[in-house]
Design a protein around this ligand. Structure first.
Ligand code: HAM
Length: 450
């Protein structure tokens, strides 16, 4: 048998051998199972709360974009564009890319929807899935999710600092202590000068094979190469902070002053350059304090004052930040935080017999109409079985309706914690349940409707 993988063409019928073709999720793509949803909900809720506190508005953009959008902004020489993009020609012959990041799509939307005429800066946030064909390993997926914040149309250093503060507060709300690394990579003018001196310095130095290529095309990336060979050179390399022009220096000093004023700790890392080409001035990355050697970036961001112009907009300064959801969840789970299960109800309706089931279906809808989180198991017949489900769902009360209660026009209310049961008029059960639940979960809705 040939050792080469057979390539199946688009329109060729695929013959499945049910024994040898086990269809599974693609490498680097993950299902998010029900038991993991509570972590996702927890993180998403914190992100949403933070976004609202800082007046960010939500934006969603399509998964597919023109390949040009990313080639022009992230940079042809970056790993993402050179090796990792899911790019294909669609049926109308257009070159399409599955978004590998969200900053460029948000910038495209800013231009396309004339946000330049909105009050500036425009503050947007998102939670999105992204696609990068990376070598998979723990915390490195081919589909991952990011939460992100972008501030478009503002050049002030206060905005850079605010994003670092937002990021730090957000990780804290996840229960994680953020370690912030920060640097400035200057503007196009002072960076050009720095690159010249860096190239000169590296000319007779030994660098790894990848960096040999980078030296010509993107020498800044040599600075954050993890290879020992390259790192050893850097001790004596010129530092970008020494090459900053007056304006860039003042901008960066102001950012750091604001962080100091707000007691935000950070490490100045003169080798931090980030893996995307669109940045200028402030760049930062978030790590968590880790016992292990392997530091894993939980988020990163920076200023990107040229990006909007690069894709056809008017010159518009901007700054942003995004964090990796899966990586945050890995850390939260490692630390073993208890996270409350979501989606449990307040009341369970249990029924015994056909007639009771009919009445309970109506009652179920009635309770839901009044905003009561109600659960059921109408396919089950036995009471024990139904109460077991009610228990699992951690509801506060079970309402039990059997033949006797139907005849009497009553229903049983069982407090699931204490096991105490009371009989009340069926007619009064909805207001009674609302009265009991009122104030328990801050359920304002009950008092408003009654
Ligand atoms: P990035 O550093 O490429 O920046 O990604 C941000 C974060 O997403 C990373 O710090 C990491 O936590 C997570 N991440 C990235 N790639 C993967 C992956 N393959 N698997 C799992 N998690 C991953 C950006 O994408 C910029 N757009 C951030 C930004 C927003 N800059 C300005 N505004």
């Amino acid at each position: 048998m040939s050792r080469h993988k057979k390539i199946v063409h688009e329109n060729e019928p695929v013959k499945f051998n049910k024994h040898s073709h086990k269809i599974q999720a693609l490498k680097g793509f993950k299902d998010i199972l029900p038991e993991h949803q509570k972590f996702w909900n927890f993180v998403a809720e914190k992100v949403k709360d933070t976004a609202e506190d800082y007046s960010f508005q939500k934006i969603d953009t399509p998964v597919l974009e023109s390949a040009l959008l990313f080639q022009r902004t992230i940079g042809e020489e970056t790993d993402i564009v050179a090796k990792e993009m899911y790019t294909f020609t669609d049926k109308s012959g257009e070159l399409i890319t599955m978004r590998p990041e969200m900053t460029a799509p948000v910038a495209r939307a800013y231009i396309e929807h004339g946000m330049i005429s909105w009050p500036q800066p425009v503050k947007l946030w998102y939670l999105a899935s992204l696609f990068r064909h990376e070598n998979t390993q723990a915390g490195r997926l081919r589909e991952h999710h990011q939460f992100g914040f972008e501030v478009l149309g503002g050049a002030e250093p206060e905005l850079d600092a605010e994003l670092v503060i937002v990021a730090q507060g957000l990780y804290k709300s996840f229960g994680l202590e953020a370690e912030i690394e920060i640097n400035s990579i200057g503007c196009s003018t002072c960076r050009r000068e720095y690159i010249k001196s860096l190239k000169k310095f590296l000319r007779d130095k030994k660098v790894c094979e990848t960096c040999e290529g980078r030296l010509e095309r993107n020498p800044l990336r040599v600075l954050d190469c993890k290879e020992k060979k390259c790192q050893e050179n850097l001790v004596e390399a010129p530092q970008i902070l020494d090459s900053l022009c007056e304006d860039c220096k003042n901008h960066f000093v102001k950012v750091l002053e604001i962080l100091d004023d707000n007691s935000i700790g950070y490490n100045l890392n003169p080798y931090l350059v980030r893996g995307l080409d669109y940045y200028n001035r402030t760049v930062f990355e978030i790590f968590t304090k880790s016992q292990t050697e392997d530091k894993m970036a939980l988020g990163g961001g920076g200023r990107y004052d040229y990006l909007i112009e690069q894709i056809g907009g008017r010159p518009t300064p901007a700054v942003g930040f995004a964090g990796g959801l899966e990586r945050v969840i890995i850390k939260i789970r490692e630390l073993g935080f208890e996270i409350k299960e979501e989606g449990h109800g307040d009341v369970f309706v249990a029924q015994l017999g056909d007639e009771a089931r009919k009445k309970c279906m109506k009652l179920f809808n009635e309770l839901r109409k009044h905003g009561v989180k109600t659960r059921e198991a109408f396919n089950k017949k036995g009471l024990t079985e139904q109460l077991e489900i009610a228990n699992r769902l951690k509801v506060k009360y079970a309402l039990i309706l059997g033949q006797k209660e139907i005849m009497d026009g009553t229903i049983i209310i069982r407090d699931m914690e204490s096991g105490i049961q009371e009989i009340i008029d069926l007619e009064k059960v909805v207001p009674e349940i609302k009265r009991r639940l009122l104030g328990m979960n801050g359920l304002k809705v009950y008092s408003e409707k009654e």
